[in-house]
Write a protein that binds this ligand. Structure first.
Ligand code: HEM
Length: 460
């Protein structure tokens, strides 16, 4: 019988991830798409490819993504839902993160139509099944065939033209100075000969990046909103922080990722016998299962309330705020800073800081008020043993604030609707929770009637 070692403590897990004689074993069932891709490589082959790909995943690329490219894409994807007053976050999250992931992976959508995006999304949904095949409760042979079919369609429709465009740009780069976009496909094509990559492997690698970038961040987005809504219901005094403190939102993302690693376990296999620093012996050939749910709740790292969501958690130096959900060591997630930003230090400047694309998406959603729809509660996904939502409907309303510096206490808003506005300290007007539920037109009229123009409407 196969020997298996289960790791549940933070320090042992960190040690396991850093061991050179433990190779990746997580995706042995997913090779229809993942054969030969970065995450499955070991030793020198992994190091050489990772070195090349790391050149793309540097701070300057993330700054371009987070400050220049992503804010507008995010706003565009969320705005129609804000206007409609509701959203289903599982599908919105996947749609939004797909828009961002194609930029990172280097997949063009030349038609730019909703139908084209829907086809791409269907194919990426199939790729996601490859990643989560080990946990699938469906017929695995049938699903593998479906993934392979989706990969063929995607190669013809999306990969081949995207690669052709980048090859042409690379060929002309010196002559025209026309820049090749900063994306994975362009990087792989540039180094294709140096790394000895086949066209098929470039396709699988690009598909892998596309799917991990889109899928893991989309699930983190929905789960963060879920945790925040629950936590804010218990801490109503902190509601404003969602809108005013980007570091608070980033901490919520980190806590969410800690409590919900996208895979519940990490896996490695010993290519040689290994002795951990704790003294634990792992024989050659043994499988090592890192129980991330336990590791990320290890009280010796996260304290006695490790099981709870707490954005104010004090994290000891050297411990990751998001647990080992991005792994560690050679295979540490290459998109970690892109997804979750850089861990802030005391005095970090918000104008220079990278908050990550999940926090960016969450903050954009919370430009208005977000609340659950009592008539349509969230539902868990029954097709996987991983903890996913299949539907997460929310109501989106405008957020109303009164600029206390400008308010002249005329009381016009209170007269217009005393359920939505009231007098607060110093007889200055303030909105109640009801304000965001008024019909948009009525709200606009009340705001326009304010002689001091002190009423602000956000998220509409
Ligand atoms: C919340 C979001 C994310 C989570 C939780 C996450 C998690 C992980 C984990 C746990 C691994 C290591 C797997 C292992 O060694 O067993 C990993 C590797 C990887 N991730 Fe992420 N990831 C996220 C976002 C992203 C994004 C946005 C990208 C792409 C831009 C990305 C690209 C990759 C790649 C390419 C690897 C393989 C690295 C290697 O093997 O050297 N991930 N990720």
């Amino acid at each position: 019988m196969e020997s298996e070692v289960v790791i549940t403590s933070y320090s042992e897990a960190l040690d396991v991830y850093r061991q050179k004689d433990l190779r990746q074993a997580q995706y042995d069932q997913a090779d229809v798409l993942l054969e030969g891709v970065l995450v499955n490589l070991h030793g020198a082959a992994h190091r050489d490819r990772r070195r090349v790909e790391n050149r793309l995943f540097r701070r300057e690329t993330f700054v371009t993504y987070e400050r220049e490219l992503f804010p507008e894409l995010t706003r565009k994807a969320i705005a129609p839902h804000q206007r409609a007053g509701s959203a289903e976050l599982v599908s919105l999250g996947h749609e939004l993160l797909l828009h961002l992931a194609v930029v990172v992976a280097g997949i063009d959508r030349p038609a730019g139509t909703a139908e084209e995006t829907a086809r791409l999304r269907g194919q990426v949904n199939l790729f996601i099944e490859a990643l989560t095949m080990a946990q699938s409760t469906l017929d695995k042979d049938e699903r593998r065939a479906a993934v392979a079919g989706g990969f063929t369609d995607w190669t013809e429709e999306f990969l081949a033209p995207s690669a052709a465009r980048r090859r042409a740009l690379l060929a002309e780069e010196g002559a025209t100075g026309c820049p090749v976009p900063p994306d994975l496909l362009g990087t792989l094509l540039r180094h294709q000969d140096e790394l000895g990559l086949s066209d098929g492997l470039i396709g699988r690698e690009t598909a892998f990046f596309l799917l991990v970038a889109a899928h893991t961040s989309a699930t983190a987005f929905v789960r963060t909103v879920h945790h925040m809504l629950e936590w804010l219901a218990e801490h109503p005094g902190s509601r404003e922080l969602v809108h005013t403190d980007p570091f608070f939102v980033q901490r919520c993302v980190h806590e969410t990722i800690r409590l919900n690693s996208s895979s519940t376990v990490g896996m490695r296999r010993a290519v040689e016998p290994v002795v951990l620093r704790s003294g634990r012996k792992i024989p050659a050939g043994a499988k090592v299962v890192i129980d991330l749910a336990a590791v990320n709740r290890d009280e010796s790292a996260y304290g006695p309330t490790a099981d709870e969501f707490d954005p104010y958690r004090e994290i000891p130096a050297g411990v990751m705020p998001y647990g080992l959900s991005f792994a560690a060591g050679a295979h540490v997630c290459i998109g970690q800073d892109l997804a979750a930003g850089v861990v802030p230090t005391p005095g970090s400047d918000p104008d220079q800081h990278l908050f990550g694309l999940v926090a960016l998406a969450v903050r954009e959603l919370f430009r208005g008020e977000v609340s659950l729809d009592p008539a349509d509660p969230p539902r868990a996904d029954p097709t996987t043993t991983r903890r996913y939502w299949s539907r997460y409907p929310v109501r989106l309303g405008p957020r109303v604030t009164v600029d206390q510096e400008s308010c002249l206490s005329s009381g016009r808003c209170v007269e217009a609707d005393s359920t939505a506005f009231r007098f607060g300290p110093g007889e200055l007007a303030e909105p109640s929770a009801q304000a965001g539920r008024l019909p948009e037109e009525r709200l606009r009229r009340i705001a326009e009637d304010c002689p001091a123009a002190a009423i602000r409407l956000h998220g509409i």
